[in-house]
Ligand binder design. Structure first.
Ligand SMILES: *Cc1c(COP(=O)(O)O)cnc(C)c1O
Length: 482
């Protein structure tokens, strides 16, 4: 048996590369990432390929090892080439992501030391750091400083946690569901609908409150609907407000909605996955006024703080309610219960073992300070207004309302052909060109292009280039269509 153990140990020890191999691998990775970063402002924002990375199948997982260089090549051609390049400042579709460098270093540290950030007992420092970050976010949105929540993998999971917490805070039972009413708009992010389903709340009543001409929830209609529902014997329960919709960047009238929620004693969940971090700048504070009066709020550092994907957050003002939904006890965890000067993420979320997400946020915030984040967010707000203005000066373009945050909607009105068809072609041509990436939406049956500015690499130059590309593609299409 000893012989067998020793034989296995020799093989198992390959899991621990020596200094030389670590150096060699790190060198290759750094070479590739440095090259990527050196070229990132020239790289296309979108690459349409026929193969879509299928060559990955030619390199299956095997028993034996591989060298690093060919592997980097596989990643380069099959992963980092086809599709949208979210690291590009030219990514102006959907809600662009981030990927600031220092966050990658935070991830590297977190992965090497592998701190167990789920439970205070196991890693008091890591848990303190994450809770500190959540309190910092609480301060940004004007929540009390002792608010806690959870650093999630993204906004979708944060919305799910928020909605289950709202369900439990109201002690809703299955028999109440057909009478419990959720108030929201058609513009809420689809992760809200998904969360309602996952939380087993499909049978609740969902009232879609009509929006105004800018797709913002109309508070008077909300108030009237709640009153009618009460009279009808239903249980008004939850209001879901958007602090920046994904589609048009619309901000619901948060202050008015909060007053209604308070007087009607309803739970107010605010989805600020896209917009909440604009609270870091003065203009954003004006637009998001009243956000602090909600019961829970979702924020996405992988959007508004330019982190790499995998960082969302939920903050629950009455943190006790979150704890009641998510705490747990297990015999094998009994050692963990004794010391508790910080609540553990494992008691505030569905996760137990999790990535130490705090470090990828803490390190850049500490290394850079908050100022460049604040400036970048204000820059994005202004770039959106700039684009909105510039586009109006160009013949044939029709713009949506002046952007509240950093999403601009627009379309081109062609001289001879159907506008919807023309704009569909226009977005296709832009995507095929690939220098920038735009996406489209449909608003009241009209095909609309949208420009979403949130990449930390999007600057004035990018927007000027976008306008040139739009002009060029429109000219081409107009010439071909008459
Ligand atoms: C992006 C987004 C979400 C979903 O967040 P993920 O991080 O993609 O899971 C939810 N709500 C809004 C408003 C969003 O923009």
């Amino acid at each position: 048996m000893i012989e067998q153990i020793k034989r296995l140990e020799r093989i198992a020890r390959q899991l621990e590369p020596d200094t030389e191999r670590r150096h060699e691998h790190r060198k290759s990775i750094i070479q590739y990432t440095e090259d990527f970063l050196d070229r990132v402002y020239e790289l296309p924002a979108y690459i349409l390929t026929d193969d879509k990375g299928t060559a990955l199948y030619d390199s299956p997982i095997t028993e034996g090892p591989s060298d690093i260089e060919p592997l980097i090549n596989i990643i380069k051609t099959n992963v980092d080439r086809p599709g949208i390049n979210p690291a590009s400042g030219g990514h102006l579709g959907y809600i662009p992501g981030g990927g600031i460098y220092d966050a990658a270093l935070g991830d590297y540290l977190a992965a090497i030391t592998n701190r167990y950030s789920g439970v205070f007992f196991a890693s008091p420092g890591a848990v303190r750091m994450e809770n500190m970050l959540i309190r910092w976010m609480a301060e940004i949105v004007g929540y009390p400083r002792n608010t806690l929540g959870n650093l999630t993998s993204g906004g979708s999971i944060a919305n799910l946690i928020g909605i289950t917490t709202a369900r439990d805070a109201f002690s809703l039972r299955a028999k109440d569901f057909p009478k419990a009413v959720i108030y929201l708009t058609r513009q809420v992010h689809h992760s809200i609908d998904k969360a309602i389903r996952i939380a087993g709340l499909r049978e609740t009543v969902q009232r879609y409150i009509p929006g105004d001409d800018r797709f913002r929830m109309q508070p008077e209609v909300l108030q009237k609907t709640i009153s009618q529902d009460r009279k009808a014997g239903l249980i008004p329960w939850l209001i879901i407000a958007s602090a920046g919709t994904t589609d048009t960047g619309a901000v619901d009238p948060l202050d008015d909605i909060a007053s209604i929620a308070a007087s009607e004693r309803l739970w107010l969940h605010t989805d600020g996955a896209y917009g909440a971090f604009f609270m870091l700048c003065e203009e954003g504070k004006k637009i998001l006024k009243g956000i602090e009066k909600s019961d829970a709020i979702v924020m996405d550092p992988h959007k508004g703080l330019f982190l790499p994907y995998g960082s969302g957050a939920i903050l629950v003002k009455d943190t006790q309610k979150l704890l009641e939904s998510y705490h747990y006890q297990a015999n094998y965890m009994q050692d963990a219960l004794s010391s508790q000067d910080e609540l553990s993420p494992a008691d505030l979320s569905p996760e137990l073992t999790k990535h130490f997400r705090g470090l990828r946020l803490w390190l850049p915030l500490k290394l850079l300070g908050v100022r460049p984040f604040r400036a970048a967010l204000e820059e994005k707000l202004l770039l959106a207004r700039y684009f909105h203005q510039r586009l109006q000066e160009i013949d044939g373009f029709e713009v949506g309302p002046c952007p509240e945050l950093s999403v601009v909607t627009f379309r081109y009105i062609p001289k001879h052909v159907d506008a919807n068809e023309f704009n569909k072609l226009l977005v296709q041509r832009i995507q095929r060109d690939g220098r920038i990436f735009l996406s489209s939406t449909t608003l009241e049956g009209i095909f609309i292009l949208r420009l979403a500015i949130l990449s930390f690499r999007t600057h004035l130059q990018t927007i000027d280039k976008t306008i040139e590309i739009l002009k060029e593609k429109v000219e081409n299409l107009e010439t071909n269509s008459c």
